[in-house]
Design a protein around this ligand. Structure first.
Ligand code: ASP
Length: 420
């Protein structure tokens, strides 16, 4: 029998997870059975993926940069990568703003539903507001200061500090290019081998992906809030989803124009990473698979992928930025506030920055949304309105975040003649 392609296996795992949970929740014991006996396997799967993230970034960036051999290549690729990341993010926010102003999903929420949502999710919303307050009680250059770690082991001990690990790896890689080759050779050989070992570990982890996503989706369905609330938020969700779909169309057009690649080639190659992003809601957890797929299935040279993708997973979040723009305007609409053109332009700037600042973990985009709301003068309590639907939307926006990183890696690879 021919083996089913990985993305089909993952899709089947997800589907079985949903169906399994829908059947089990009909029984009194169903929910606790899933929490006690199924969910832990999902958590284990996410843990092994996260376990790989820091060593992978270290090994792949150091290997990637030391392969470049000269600094001018690095600055060329670095400038392009950051430039394209910024442009696609601003584009995504603008698409979000355009759609939310046309559809006006906030006007579909009745005052009654609004109050009900505000009451039932006030506590959760407050804890996000507190998290955001902690992050924003800082000076204007704090974000820059935070990129430079004072201790590499401390930085590497927390998956939330990816940018610090990236900083160290790039710094280390540059220094390696600058020393005589006979000295750097053994170090390079070590990191090359280390990188291969990590890639093999990812292969092994992916064998368990269908089971991992089965458990994740089953737990999600079993623990989901009531369907009525979801209904009230349907228009808002549709707006976000249409926006996300448009962003993917934009990537496909960019790929056609700048890399002469067909949509089917790209989507087929990247599908397992998209599905994994959907199941885990974390770009960081998905990074190992995004890297593997872009190199092995999309033909992006190792040298480019290992530089562009770890940075992208951390700072390029087009799905998140679009979501933040739509959510901010939706909340304003639900409260009957009009937003001036100036306020909307402000949202473009803050949502771009907030998405860069969002960690690549589940729910991070919502914490940073508080900053967008505060800047635009929209009541932060409005977070309670969108709480019930946040997780499913997080799953979708994470898929788009990962798709964007992969698309940019193909475009950058093409521009430096490293695409096969
Ligand atoms: N979960 C998203 C990611 O990892 C971030 C977000 O919450 O929007 O890409």
């Amino acid at each position: 029998m021919r083996k089913l392609a990985l993305h089909w296996q993952i899709l089947l795992g997800m589907l079985f997870g949903v169906v399994f949970a829908l059947i089990l929740v009909q029984f009194d014991w169903g929910k606790s059975f899933i929490s006690n006996w199924i969910k832990p396997f999902g958590n284990i799967f996410i843990n092994v993926l996260k376990l790989i993230a820091v060593p992978l970034i270290l090994a792949s960036l150091i290997k990637g940069i030391s392969d470049l051999k000269d600094i001018s290549k690095l600055s060329k690729m670095g400038g392009r990568t950051i430039g394209i990341y910024l442009c696609t993010t601003v584009l995504a926010v603008s698409i979000g703003l355009g759609i939310v102003n046309i559809v006006k999903p906030g006007s579909f929420i009745t005052a009654e539903t609004r109050n009900e949502l505000l009451n039932s999710y006030a506590n959760e919303a407050n804890s996000k507001i507190e998290d955001a307050a902690k992050q924003s009680q800082t000076g204007p250059l704090q974000a820059l200061e935070d990129i430079v770690p004072s201790n590499i082991f401390a930085a590497a001990s927390d998956n939330g500090n990816m940018l610090q690990v990236i900083f160290f790896a790039i710094f280390f890689g540059i220094a390696m290019i600058l020393i005589p080759e006979e000295k750097s050779k053994p170090v390079k050989a070590f990191f090359d081998g280390f990188n291969d070992v990590i890639l093999k570990m990812i292969d092994l982890i992916m064998l368990a992906a269908p089971i991992g996503v089965f458990a994740l989706l089953a737990a999600l369905v079993a623990e989901a809030p009531s369907v009525d609330l979801f209904k009230a938020l349907a228009m808002y969700s549709v707006t976000v989803l249409v926006g996300l779909a448009l962003v993917i169309v934009v990537y496909l057009i960019l790929l056609k124009i700048f890399a002469q690649k067909n949509p089917s080639y790209f989507l087929k190659g990247i599908a397992p990473a998209q599905l994994l992003a959907f199941s885990t809601s974390s770009s960081a957890a998905t990074l190992p698979v995004t890297m593997e797929r872009t190199v092995e299935n999309l033909g992006v040279d190792d040298e480019v992928a290992s530089f562009v993708l770890p940075i992208g997973a951390t700072i390029n979040m087009d799905g998140t930025s679009l979501y933040q723009a739509v959510a901010a305007v939706f909340i304003a609409q639900a409260f009957g506030m009009g937003l001036s053109l100036e306020a909307q332009l402000g949202i473009i700037a803050t949502a771009t920055l907030a998405s860069i600042g969002s960690a690549a973990v589940p729910g991070a985009g919502m914490v940073m949304l508080v900053i967008v709301l505060a800047q635009a003068g929209i009541p932060e309590a409005g977070l309670a309105l969108i709480f019930a639907i946040d997780r499913p939307l997080d799953m979708c926006r994470t898929s788009v975040n990962v798709t964007g990183d992969a698309a940019v890696s193909v475009i950058v690879a093409k521009s430096v003649n490293k695409l096969t």
